[in-house]
Structure formats: C-alpha cells, structure tokens
Design a binder for this molecule. Structure first.
Ligand code: ZN
Length: 437
C-alpha cells in the first residue's frame, strides 16, 4: 500500500515537472530575441505560419526585390493573437502618429505585452534622431508608415511638390534604417480640407496608399487631453467591421500611453483582431471636400514625369525567397530580403526566429548570439564574421553587417554554420527556393 502511494506520488511529480517544463518553454517562446534557449517547436511554426505570409515589403528594383511597408509578423507571435484571428472578422488597426518620441518605447512595451501589432506613421525628422526606435518598431513586426518629414501644414499644403519632397525624404530616412521603403502615407492633420485632387491622384500614381482613420481618439484636440477622454474617443462605435483608430505617440502624449491598455482591453473584450495596415487594403480616406480649393501652383507634366511616373516601380512585387531547412520552412516576401553580389541577404533576427531559433543582442561586444537547431554561434557585424561556439568553434568570414541599425546576413552562411549547408537554389516562377542538405 505504502509502495503504491510512493509510485503514484512519483508519477504525479513527473506530471508536474513536465507541465512546468512545457510552461517555461511557452513563456520563453513568447519573448523572441531575449532567449538563448531554442524552445520553438515545429507545431508552433506550423500554426503561426499562415500569418507570416502577410508580409508586404518594398524595395528598389535592383538592390532589393519588391514592394513596401512592413508587417514582419513573427513566427513566435503569441498563440492568443492567432486564436483571435480565427474566431472573428472584426479588426482594429491602432495607428500612432507623430513619433517616434521618448514615449514610443513605452507604447512598444505595452503592445508587446498584449501580443498585438500596430501601425506607426512616423515623422522623418523624428526617425532621423531616434533610428533605434524605428529599428525596434520594424523588428517587432509593426507596420511603419510615412507621416512626412516635419509636419508643417503651411509648407505641406501649399503645393504638392513640397508634400512629395517630404514623403521621399522620410522614405529615404526609413529605408536607411530598416532596408525597406514605407508605402503607407498619412497626411498630417488628415486629408480633409488639405488634399486637393492632385494630392490623391499623384500619391496613388506614385505607388503610395493614403490612410485617414474612422475612429479619432481625440488625443490631439488640445494639449493634455486626459486619459479617460482618450479612452472614450478611441472606443467610439464604428459602422462596419474595421476600426482604424487615430492615436499619437509624439512628445507630450503621456495621456495616450496611459489610455492605451484600456483601449486594447476594450477591443479584445469586443472580440476584435488587432492587425497592421497594409498597402493591399482598401484605404479609409476622407471624401474630398467640395470646398477645398485646388492649389494655385500645380505640378507640371515634366515634373510629374521626372518625379512620380517611375516611382511605383519601387514597390513592384518581385520573387519570394523560400528556405527549406531540415524540415523547417519559411519564406521572405519580396522586399524582406535583398540580393547583393549574388548573395541573398536577410535580416538576422527575423530569419533565425522564423526558422525556430533565438537571438540575443550582446551590447558589450556588439555581437549577436544565435541558437538555431542544435547550433550556437555568434555573428559580429563589425568584424563581418560568424563564430561557432563550443569545442568545434571556428570563425568564418561572412558579410554580416549593419544596414542602418538592423543586422543583415547572407542566408547561405546562416544555414551553413547551423549545420545545414545549402544543397541547391532553384529559381522558378516567382520564387527562389533554397534547399539544404
Ligand atoms: Zn500628425
């Protein structure tokens, strides 16, 4: 009898231990990038995979391959987000304008904790002074849109040429940080009363997608709008299944940050999915006001031919890059990877995480620690090397490098050092497929 009790107790203990292990693994997998332990399972990948396909990036015809903007959805996206997606057709798009600022980090922390993605319409001049926040927004899978360079109404709405100049300047600033061009545009103050027909027409011709909103949180009506009022505004009922909520993460919007958890809780409670805006969506735009005067100075046909006519080609879809690695597979949409000197370059973090591994940024040495399948290695973007850990440790020269603030690597070297050397690269139709041994 006593013996049976001991056996039962032992079995029970084993179950508890197993549960703890599974739970620990699960928690760790919710924090990609902060884990040195490779905890992601093939099942996780299979379940989350359909949503990783919704990546819309853009780029330059030759250097990069495809089109713009930004939702790199992590394969390790929390299970709750996946579940919600299956069960509801209602979607809320939280959008943050005027950043990045000193508040953006807090906003990103809240979004991360809630396991949701949002869209940031950033100002070029803010992006230029806080590139690390642009890189973080990008790496954490949020969408980045263009909100012009300096937000100055009198210049922006005096003539289209100035609006265009600021869009391009901001686009270049963001491209240097993340490697991709934002295709989404939001007009400072919204299009209402500010855009004439030319603005709408030429931005569209240039390949951009202009988004206004249908829910105004009211957080920029005046200075210091209190959090309760912002919460009320941001949860105003909307007709239809899509809510595009206007919020601000620019300087001085502390109350918006305070209101954010309540706004998220409200939409979760109502069964909404949270998603990022994409250039493929039908945009929400205010109707062109009949009382908006056509701007006095209109761009001439020569200016349009030189500036706008070829711009949309920057966002053309190119080929997908597919990687099959020992039973694990992932894809990079056009614009998510770049071709350089005949090498396929990919962002290190997203490549490793999508293949089920983990990365950890080591600030002291400015290197990236990587665990992928059974391999542990270090990438050094300054020296341009990869070093395998442990007794087999060897250093290989690789074109690991910073592009802006993001570390990029040749995918071939990643696979090789992780014990899966490339057997074949097949190109056919609209896909390059890398197959490993
Ligand atoms: Zn704004």
């Amino acid at each position: 009898m006593y013996k049976n009790v001991v056996i039962i107790t032992r079995i029970a203990l084993l179950f508890v231990l197993a549960a703890v292990l599974i739970l620990t693994g699960f928690m760790t997998s919710l924090q990609p990038g902060h884990s040195l332990i490779n905890v992601s399972l093939a099942e996780d990948m299979a379940e989350a995979a359909p949503f990783t396909a919704e990546v819309h990036n853009a780029s330059e015809a030759t250097v990069y391959s495809g089109a713009v903007s930004v939702s790199t959805k992590s394969v390790l996206a929390p299970a709750t987000a996946v579940k919600e997606k299956k069960h509801s057709a209602k979607t809320v798009y939280l959008t943050f304008d005027d950043g990045p600022s000193g508040l953006t980090g807090e906003v990103l922390d809240i979004l991360k904790k809630s396991g949701i993605k949002a869209t940031f319409f950033v100002l070029g001049e803010q992006a230029a002074v806080r590139p690390e926040l642009i890189a973080r927004i990008f790496e954490e899978g949020h969408a980045i849109g263009n909100h012009t360079y300096n937000h100055e109404y009198n210049k922006l709405y005096e003539k289209f040429q100035e609006f265009w100049r600021q869009v391009k300047q901001t686009e270049e600033t963001i491209r240097l940080i993340t490697g991709v061009r934002p295709q989404l545009v939001r007009a400072p103050g919204g299009t209402a009363g500010k855009f004439d027909e030319t603005y709408f027409r030429l931005l569209k011709q240039g390949g951009y997608q202009v988004f206004d909103w249908n829910v105004d949180s009211g957080d920029s009506k005046r200075r210091g709008v209190p959090a309760e009022e912002i919460l009320k505004g941001a949860t105003t009922p909307v007709s239809g299944n899509e809510a595009i909520v206007l919020l601000h993460d620019g300087a001085g919007h502390e109350e918006t940050v305070k209101a954010l958890p309540g706004i998220i809780a409200f939409y979760k409670e109502k069964g909404y999915n949270f998603d990022v805006l994409t250039p493929e969506m039908e945009p929400v735009q205010f109707k062109l006001h009949s009382n908006v005067k056509t701007k006095q100075e209109q761009p001439g046909s020569r200016w349009i031919a030189e500036n706008v006519a070829h711009n949309a080609a920057l966002f053309k879809q190119g080929r997908t890059l597919a990687v099959d690695m020992g039973g694990l597979a992932t894809e990079f949409a056009p614009g998510e990877y770049r071709m350089e000197n005949g090498k396929f370059m990919v962002p290190l973090r997203s490549a490793v995480e999508r293949l089920g591994g983990g990365v950890f940024w080591k600030a002291e040495s400015r290197t990236v620690q990587v665990s992928l399948t059974d391999a542990r290695w270090e990438a050094d973007p300054i020296k341009g090397t990869m070093t395998l850990s442990g007794i087999r440790g060897k250093t290989a020269v690789s074109e690991v490098k910073f592009i802006g603030h993001t570390v990029w690597v040749p995918i071939r070297d990643v696979l090789e050092i992780s014990g899966h050397p490339v057997k074949d690269v097949v190109s056919g139709g609209d896909v390059y497929r890398i197959v490993t041994l």
